[in-house]
Design a protein around this ligand. Structure first.
Ligand SMILES: *Cc1c(COP(=O)(O)O)cnc(C)c1O
Length: 408
């Protein structure tokens, strides 16, 4: 089998599936397999290995990279490349894959937010790119719905811009003035007082670029195409969440002139605001490989696999008296996938969900779940989408054992 074909075949292998037919040339092993390095760096440095039975979280190192991504990183690490050419060509390819004008790889969605805002402020003026965040004159303004304010909008104000809050579409239109540079939509906001369509329409009417942050909003895969179709000028997704690219990578895509301006505000240029947000060559190749694998995956099959993982953990923990499991499908837009809700009769099993959560986390191996709420009652939520295949039964057995230990 030629190597190219081997890599192509790999993208057809479900993430949890067997990789037995994997060629020897792919030296780096992914999460689906045992590591091959002679040095155990976790051991050498005393770092605790964590089983993530929750969702992608930056503090838990995001996602685990796919075999294709690790191969892209390893196989491109041995030659130099011109970073402008790499970013341009990978961007053009990603734009073709996502059916939009232009794209680039950033160091995460938060970086994409800084670069998008900077691009809307500076355009192609190189002098201005050197002055952010201290551009002379009135502060640039970014429009947001009041109900969309969130922790990540810090990335917007990093550029020197200030956020102008609005409550409805008419207010939005009225708030737009000569200092307005962009309008930001937070896709996973709990409440929107302006719909996506209305937001885009008003921004277009006033000739202000619209930007949507959909960082954690795949699956479904369709979301990668949805917002450019709606008319948003710029879109970002994290690379290191469910697309399973490098955790330090992300996608920014949309209007060509704005992507070109965003590149001027990024490394490898020496002085713009994005210089400290460098993406390395291997991450750019890795992000491309991750997206290609993600788009090529059998998403229905993967969903079924997640459901069967939930079922298998449920059947093990339900063997403990008084314990019930229930399949939960998060409605999204962020983290829209199945997990297992576990609850129990606390008069029989003397522990609350937080205590079971702690016991799992502090045990060996360390398993991180989360405590969720349903109808005002706390329960334990067990995530399955980030588990390696052999970890499904480990999680089930550990949880069963801990629950059993608390039976009175
Ligand atoms: C995760 C996330 C970000 C930040 O993304 P990174 O890729 O970690 O930089 C921004 N916005 C939202 C809504 C997110 O969920």
């Amino acid at each position: 089998m030629k190597r190219r074909d081997a890599v192509k075949n790999l993208s057809l292998v479900p993430i949890a599936g067997s990789l037995m037919c994997r060629p020897e040339s792919l030296a780096l092993k992914a999460n689906d397999e045992k590591p091959t390095s002679k040095i155990d760096y976790f051991e050498e440095l005393g770092i605790t290995r964590v089983i993530n039975a929750n969702v992608t979280m930056t503090f838990l190192s995001g996602s685990l990279m796919l075999p294709e991504v690790l191969d892209a990183i390893n196989s491109t690490a041995h030659d130099f490349a011109n970073m402008h050419e790499l970013q341009d060509k990978v961007g053009a390819k990603i734009a073709e894959m996502l059916k939009c004008e232009a794209a680039m790889v950033t160091s995460g969605a938060a970086c994409a937010m800084v670069l998008a805002t900077a691009a809307c402020i500076t355009g192609d003026d190189l002098e201005k790119t050197k002055l952010l965040p201290n551009l002379p004159g009135p502060r640039p303004e970014v429009i947001m719905q009041k109900s969309h304010r969130y922790v990540f909008d810090q990335a917007i104000t990093t550029t020197g811009a200030k956020i102008i809050e609005v409550d409805d579409a008419d207010e939005m239109e009225k708030a737009i003035n000569e200092n307005t540079v962009m309008a930001l939509f937070f896709n996973a906001a709990e409440k929107s007082t302006i719909t996506h369509e209305e937001f885009v329409a008003r921004a277009k009417k006033k000739n202000v670029p619209s930007f949507i942050d959909a960082a954690a909003d795949v699956p479904p895969v369709e979301n990668l195409f949805k917002f450019q179709k709606m008319g948003f000028d710029l879109v970002t997704f994290s690379g290191g969440k469910m697309i399973r690219g490098p955790q330090s990578a992300g996608l920014l895509f949309g209007r060509k002139d704005l992507i070109e301006a965003a590149k001027l505000n990024h490394s490898p240029h020496e002085a713009p605001i994005g210089r400290p947000m460098k993406v390395n060559k291997e991450e750019i190749f890795g992000m491309y490989a991750a997206l290609k694998a993600y788009l090529g995956r059998d998403h229905k099959k993967e969903w079924q696999e997640w459901l069967s993982r939930v079922e298998s953990i449920k059947s093990v923990v339900e063997s403990v008296a008084g314990v019930t499991g229930e399949t939960y499908i998060n409605p999204g837009p962020a983290n829209a996938f199945p997990s297992l809700h576990v609850s129990w009769n606390e008069s029989k099993l003397k522990a609350n969900p937080k205590e079971i959560y702690e016991a799992l986390k502090n045990g060996t191996p360390s398993i991180v779940t989360n405590v969720a709420k349903k109808d005002g009652k706390q329960l334990l939520n067990v995530g399955v989408v980030l588990l390696r295949e052999e970890q499904v039964s480990i999680v089930a057995e550990r949880l069963k054992q801990i629950l059993q230990d608390h039976l009175s």
